[in-house]
Design a protein around this ligand. Structure first.
Ligand code: SAM
Length: 223
């Protein structure tokens, strides 16, 4: 989808991807990154995810990136707070407490913008993008993140019928996307069945739900 199409989706309130509760897998696995309290956590393609509030209440400094004004407005309105707004290059920064949401295009982020980031939480960011843009997304994000930054990646994947239990395997595409300088570990994988909220009239579909920890390889090991 183009940026205009995403913004139009928000205008139509066509946001079935939005969850009304904090992701329990985030709550279960976040501490695996062992980030010190106060670290800056990047949440790319954040929408108005409540997961950001959960990270902020743990004492992390949250930096969300989102295209849609509506998402950002809704996020702060739901907390009943009035954020301070400021311009930063091509972004509009909205800030309240230890949460900043930068309204703009992720591909406009620079290394300087992210110099303080120590962790990245990817929920429905990589997986929201089509395959060709996923490559561009990972290339860009890994180019502009500071060295040493770790990631927690949540995915929903189509089961691979050639494998006995593909939910317990690292997806080949995920491994390939991050192979240049990172190690990919599967922290959790479960085969599940559910109605896709984007297509509520379709029959329930099988999918693999996974959580990955992605950590930079020591420099001497990186290809
Ligand atoms: C599938 S939704 C996921 C939202 C959120 N992570 C969640 O779990 O609710 C993807 C979000 O990414 C935003 N988005 C898409 N492309 C973007 C880009 N290039 N830069 C910033 N945000 C983008 C969309 O507006 C949408 O809110």
């Amino acid at each position: 989808m183009s940026n205009q199409q995403w913004k139009a989706k928000w205008r139509r309130n066509d946001i079935a991807f939005h969850q009304d509760a904090v992701n329990p897998l985030l709550q279960q696995f976040w501490e695996e990154l062992e980030l010190p309290e106060g670290s800056v956590v990047l949440v790319p393609l954040c929408g108005k995810s409540l997961d950001m509030g959960w990270l902020a209440t743990l004492g992390f400094r949250v930096m969300g990136i989102e295209l849609s004004d509506i998402a950002v407005q809704d996020y702060f309105a739901a907390l009943d707070v009035v954020p301070i707004r400021a311009r930063h290059g091509r972004f509009a920064k909205w800030k309240h407490g230890n949460t900043e949401i930068w309204r703009g295009d992720l591909f406009d982020l620079t290394a300087q913008d992210l110099s303080e980031v120590r962790g990245l939480y990817d929920c429905a960011a990589l997986t929201a993008l089509p395959a060709d843009i996923r490559i561009r997304y990972v290339e860009h994000i890994t180019k502009v993140l500071p060295p040493g930054c770790q990631m927690l990646l949540m995915t929903t994947e189509s089961p691979d019928d050639t494998q006995a239990d593909s939910a317990l395997e690292i997806d080949e595409e995920v491994a390939a996307l991050y192979s240049a300088g990172y190690t990919v570990e599967l922290l959790y994988g479960k085969a599940r069945i559910k109605i896709d909220p984007e297509y509520p009239d379709e029959p329930a579909a099988s999918f693999d739900e996974k959580v990955y920890r992605i950590r930079p390889r020591p420099v001497q090991d990186a290809a």
